[in-house]
Unconditional design. Structure first.
Length: 167
């Protein structure tokens, strides 16, 4: 399991809890987040750097689940976020560019090189972004769908690799 834009590491730790023998690899560009993730995700490999650039090459083509907690708030909407986000989160953790999908485009473009056959990319998106996020994943060769948690009304966009590898 790969946790990109891992922040404190909570997502990767939670997702792998109770799964024996899973290799958890995480990365973030923020040195403070990486230090925190290293404390929280004991036993995980945590790297500092820009998305896939930070990762060991032996992961290529072997990632079953790619959690990408990318910033997805459109730049113009950051000012309207609740104070706890605007004050306590670094802008880089929130700002997804003009349409909120700038970082997702970068992740999706490289994800097929890192995902194993049948692997999945999971990322959160706002309701207004779902169609565009599906288009981003489709353009990268992934099969998109959305899973929504009715309790939290959170939408997770899932992009799946085909199980077949063509030469």
């Amino acid at each position: 399991m790969l946790d990109l834009c891992c922040g404190t590491g909570a997502l990767g730790v939670t997702a792998t809890r109770g799964i024996p023998d899973v290799r958890l690899v995480a990365a973030d560009i923020d040195p403070a987040a990486v230090a925190c993730a290293r404390r929280n995700a004991t036993g995980a490999e945590v790297y500092e750097g820009d998305l896939f650039d930070a990762l060991p090459d032996d992961l290529r083509g072997r990632v079953d689940v790619l959690l990408a907690n990318v910033p997805y708030v459109p730049t113009a909407q950051i000012a309207f976020l609740p104070e706890e986000f605007r004050v306590h989160e670094r802008r880089a953790a929130l700002d997804g560019g003009d349409d909120g999908l700038r970082v997702l485009r970068r992740v999706a473009a490289q994800a097929p090189d890192w995902l194993a056959p049948g692997g999945h990319l999971l990322t959160e998106a706002g309701d207004a972004q779902l169609d565009a996020a599906h288009g981003v994943l489709r353009a990268a060769g992934l099969e998109p769908r959305t899973v929504t948690d009715p309790e939290t009304e959170t939408s997770i966009v899932v992009g799946s690799m085909s199980r077949t590898i063509y030469p």
